[in-house]
Ligand binder design. Structure first.
Ligand SMILES: Nc1ncnc2c1ncn2[C@@H]1O[C@H](COP(=O)(O)OP(=O)(O)OP(=O)(O)O)[C@@H](O)[C@H]1O
Ligand SMILES: [Mg+2]
Length: 298
């Protein structure tokens, strides 16, 4: 199978609470596949385990149980095997400020992964590839950007640089963890359209993590809804949003306004809070597992 398979993934964090150690089950038995030319959206309230799944796929965290298979095979987690894995699997983070180094130029940010992953050698070849990457993310003319530093760019331009950097090793799988939530509402659509175009043109497998049901529906083929570490609903994007089956998704979809032009990209945190409040009293088994309290910032 070409693509990435997540099989029965679980992650338990051990937290210190005074003298005791408490287990926090952040991810419980999550399975899905990422196929070429498709986008899977992972939606869910704050603290439901979305980023933990992403970080495990990107090998920034190790799973407690379960497997991740790339093209049907498991892979090494160190040294050369890890570098080869990262040729194929790259992550885009939420905050383009934090993910770019303020001291380095845009060219440096893109040249490093090109060299590290053996995609370009020598000054001229590297420069040509850097220009090509900037063009792929619509930062043109590229000459205007190469010598700038991250703080000399807008938030949207910075996130495009972060996307270009993720593309540098030539990945087939992109993990985008809330890639537009830190950006001004007016430029989110442009960045999401860019990701959609790259997915289409380059046949990428994309995991799109978001709180936003409207963009999840618009930009994804399949939606998985997470609640307290578990996938409580999954299916084709339209079905999940228009004909939700799980109680939590029903409440979420019912609480969501019609995605009109103005409402489409507004914050959805209140919807989650509303769905959560109503659902707390319901009998869904996932809701009875009270051992994973939502984060205080949720
Ligand atoms: N390194 C860690 N150590 C201990 N607990 C962690 C760690 N990382 C995440 N958690 C906990 O695991 C749970 C899931 O967190 P995660 O960041 O995956 O949620 P999320 O769905 O991405 O939330 P958000 O929408 O706010 O980004 C939370 O309760 C969080 O506090
Ligand atoms: Mg997160």
């Amino acid at each position: 199978m070409a693509g990435l398979e997540v099989k029965d993934l679980s992650k338990t964090f051990r937290l210190r609470s005074g003298l005791r150690s408490v287990a926090l089950e952040a991810v419980k038995h999550v399975s899905f596949t990422l196929d070429p030319g498709r986008t899977v959206a992972l939606v869910g309230q704050s603290g439901s385990g979305k980023s933990t799944v992403a970080r495990i796929i990107a090998q920034l965290e190790s799973p407690t149980a379960g497997d991740i298979l790339l093209d049907g095979k498991s892979f090494g987690r160190h040294g050369r095997a890890l570098r080869e894995y990262r040729d194929d699997v790259q992550m885009i983070f939420q905050d383009p400020f934090a993910s770019l180094n303020p001291f380095h130029t845009i060219e440096h940010h893109l040249a490093r992964p090109l060299q590290l992953h053996g995609k370009a050698k020598g000054r001229e070849q590297v420069r040509a590839k850097v220009v090509e990457l900037l063009q792929r993310v619509n930062l043109e003319p590229a000459a205007d950007f190469v010598d700038r530093r991250p703080h000399e760019l807008s938030g949207g331009q910075r996130q495009r640089v972060a996307i270009a950097r993720a593309l540098a090793p030539g990945p087939r799988i992109l993990i985008a963890d809330e890639p537009v939530s830190m950006l001004d509402v007016s430029i989110r659509l442009g960045v999401l359209n860019l990701l959609a175009r790259l997915q289409r043109e380059e046949n990428l497998c994309v995991l799109y993590i978001t709180h936003d049901l409207a963009t999840a529906r618009h930009f994804s083929d399949e939606i998985l809804v997470m609640y307290r570490g578990e996938v409580v609903e999954r299916g084709p994007a339209d079905d999940v949003i228009l004909r939700p089956q799980a109680d939590f998704t029903k409440l979420l979809a019912a609480a969501a306004p019609e995605p009109s032009r103005h409402e489409r990209f507004t914050s959805v945190s209140s919807r989650y809070a509303q769905a959560e409040a109503v659902h707390r009293t319901s009998s869904h088994p996932a809701m009875q597992a009270e051992n994973t309290p939502p984060r205080s910032d949720s």
